[in-house]
Design a protein around this ligand. Structure first.
Ligand code: HEC
Ligand code: HEC
Ligand code: HEC
Ligand code: HEC
Ligand code: HEC
Length: 463
């Protein structure tokens, strides 16, 4: 294997972190951990950018892993356009105006630009300035994490001990370039939970992907986040290195990967009776299942995602009819059925827009369609996409892992429906961001264009 030679880490021979090349053993004592290293908010400003190496350095040897990581959202979580807009145009000005949410000025960066947070470079410069904030959740951040503080992983409460020794998931590994500490914590879901659970200034779990997983069937079966998002395959973790049966690919594919979304939900629809007369009532039932995700669909940034079921009938003359879902009558159901109401008026307060009436609550969802969502409410009880400004939740009607929901449709066939075959189609769509909010804020279309993630059709005959 060819090891390019690099300037070694910014550590002097007197530094306790320096180890002699070639004599590195895997049973490294964590020199830094004798003093409890700060975690979460307390770690603010406790490090410098120079304590962390750039991904481009790791990429010289860990080629495949680096190429995978650079095309994952994880490496783009500060520079990605919507992230830039939400932080710089909403969260940051809001934090400077309203004391209750002042903490997010630094806090957003604990997960999105952890190096800037640790270096105390807050607020970071915009991505165009090219600072090291742009590295997002980078190699040397994750591979410096030795554990987390407290009982529940959340709000970046990882403990980072950067240096010449990298935390790795396998025992007995040796590299001439850096020390390796075997660290089982990296292979746990709690590791991911340090950034994939978020508590807001009201103490609400506005992001709870790890907590949802923990309550569900995959945790019980021992299927961690890594199994689905860092799928293992035969290969080498280092260019030209030993072939291993199960290299941990750094894919981190999620809602920004249509290939991951499509098929994560399944839908099947059937009629009660196969034939029905015009003027009479047809009844249909659709079963919608979260078939593949280890947590709710949608999870994480649930305040911005919209997942909905659309059912249409096409008669033999080609005319298309839209079928509204039957209400079930549970509390808070009005937020789970597409409507023309306006919401998100807090955008006007944050942006200082006089007389802002809000934008369409349900973005692209047709009136009457079932929506799988968890509504977030601001302190005035209005629906919000500002997760940091969330004071209450509505009814949780998302899709839990391996659980299905049945929706019924009672449709009185109009007099002018053509006789002959009637095709009924059920489709599930996923939009990463409410389109009305995206358009208001000038977020690129790829962030809100609906993705069809499941579809099925069934046939009836109109007599
Ligand atoms: C000069 C080449 C080189 C560079 C540069 C390099 N590594 Fe490595 N790294 C290796 C080798 C060799 C191994 C041992 C691989 C093995 O035994 O399978 C290794 C192993 C690791 C492991 C442990 C793997 C395991 O299976 O537990 C981690 C974690 C790691 N490197 C992270 C990094 C990070 C992060 C960077 C950049 C900051 C980096 N490496 C830079 C060569 C390099
Ligand atoms: C059984 C496989 C499986 C497991 C286990 C699993 N996921 Fe997922 N995950 C998926 C699938 C499939 C999707 C795509 C559907 C979606 O976005 O909800 C997804 C989506 C995501 C997303 C994107 C959601 C969004 O709205 O941006 C994140 C983040 C995520 N997973 C993190 C995690 C974390 C963290 C864990 C562990 C606590 C985990 N996942 C466990 C399969 C899994
Ligand atoms: C979000 C955190 C995160 C980031 C960012 C990250 N890794 Fe990892 N890496 C992990 C985890 C977690 C594992 C172990 C997964 C497991 O045990 O299933 C791992 C495993 C590895 C391994 C061992 C692979 C094997 O199977 O032997 C190497 C080497 C590695 N990472 C290098 C890198 C490099 C290089 C980068 C940047 C290009 C990087 N990592 C970015 C979390 C991360
Ligand atoms: C240091 C914080 C941090 C850690 C640790 C971390 N993540 Fe992430 N992760 C993020 C951020 C921030 C994003 C990007 C969100 C964005 O900007 O869209 C992200 C994105 C993702 C996505 C892509 C979501 C999408 O919408 O496509 C997946 C999947 C994911 N992470 C899984 C994991 C898994 C699995 C682990 C544990 C092995 C993990 N993460 C550990 C911070 C972290
Ligand atoms: C505890 C860690 C954490 C904190 C704190 C945090 N985020 Fe995130 N954020 C994530 C993760 C992880 C994701 C991606 C996966 C998901 O959607 O769950 C994400 C997703 C996002 C997205 C959606 C990206 C997309 O492309 O859809 C935006 C925008 C965002 N965050 C902005 C912010 C802002 C602004 C703040 C501060 C008010 C903030 N985040 C605080 C972890 C965090």
């Amino acid at each position: 294997m060819s090891h390019p030679s690099y300037p070694r880490l910014a550590s002097t021979p007197s530094s306790p972190l320096v180890r002699s090349v070639g004599t590195l053993l895997t049973s490294v004592v964590f020199v830094g951990s004798a003093l409890a290293a700060p975690a979460g908010d307390a770690a603010y400003g406790s490090k410098s950018y120079d304590d962390y190496e750039e991904a481009s350095v790791c990429a010289e040897c860990h080629v495949d892993i680096a190429r995978q990581h650079e095309q994952a959202m994880m490496s783009q979580c500060f520079v990605h356009e919507w992230d830039e807009i939400e932080y710089f145009e909403l969260a940051l000005p809001h934090a400077e105006k309203v004391e209750k949410v002042a903490g997010v000025k630094a806090g957003c960066n604990g997960c999105h630009a952890p190096l800037a947070f640790l270096a105390g470079d807050i607020p970071p410069s915009r991505p165009e300035a090219g600072t090291r904030a742009n590295e997002g959740t980078t190699c040397d951040l994750c591979h410096s994490v030795t554990g987390f503080e407290g009982d529940i992983p959340y709000n970046f409460n990882w403990i980072s001990e950067p240096g010449e020794t990298k935390q790795g998931p396998r025992p007995n590994r040796v590299s001439e370039y850096h020390g390796i500490a075997y660290n089982e914590f990296l292979s746990t879901a709690e590791f991911c939970g340090t950034c994939h659970n978020e508590k807001d200034p009201w103490g609400l779990w506005v992001k709870a992907t790890h907590l949802e997983w923990k309550e569900g069937p995959y945790a019980a079966a021992g299927v961690t986040c890594q199994k689905c998002h860092m799928a293992a395959s035969e290969g080498q973790s280092v260019d030209g290195g030993e072939t291993l049966p199960d290299v941990r690919n750094h894919l981190f594919n999620g809602a920004h990967d249509n290939g991951k979304l499509i098929g994560s939900v399944e839908v099947r629809i059937h009629p009660e009776e196969r034939s029905v007369k015009a003027g009479k009532t047809a009844k249909l039932a659709a079963v919608v299942l979260n078939a593949k995700a280890g947590h709710m669909i949608p999870t994480g940034s649930a305040e911005e995602r919209v997942v909905w079921l659309e059912v249409e009938a096409k008669d033999s003359a080609g005319k298309v009819w839209h079928l509204p879902v039957d209400p079930k009558g549970f509390e808070g159901e009005e937020y789970t059925i597409g409507s023309d109401l306006l919401a998100y008026q807090d955008l006007g307060d944050i942006q200082g827009l006089a007389d802002f009436k809000g934008v369409r609550r349900d973005g692209p969802v047709p009136v009457g369609d079932r929506i799988y969502r968890l509504p977030y409410f601001d302190p005035e009880g209005r629906m919000t996409i500002a997760q940091w400004n969330t004071a209450a939740f509505g009814t949780d009607y998302r899709l839990p892992p391996l659980e299905a929901r049945t929706e019924t449709f009672t449709w009185e066939l109009p007099g002018d429906v053509a006789t002959g075959p009637l095709e009924v189609t059920a489709k599930v769509y996923y939009s990463r961001l409410v389109s009305s909010v995206a358009q208001h804020l000038g977020v690129p279309e790829e962030e809100y264009a609906p993705v069809e993630i499941a579809a099925h059709e069934t046939m009836l005959t109109v007599m």
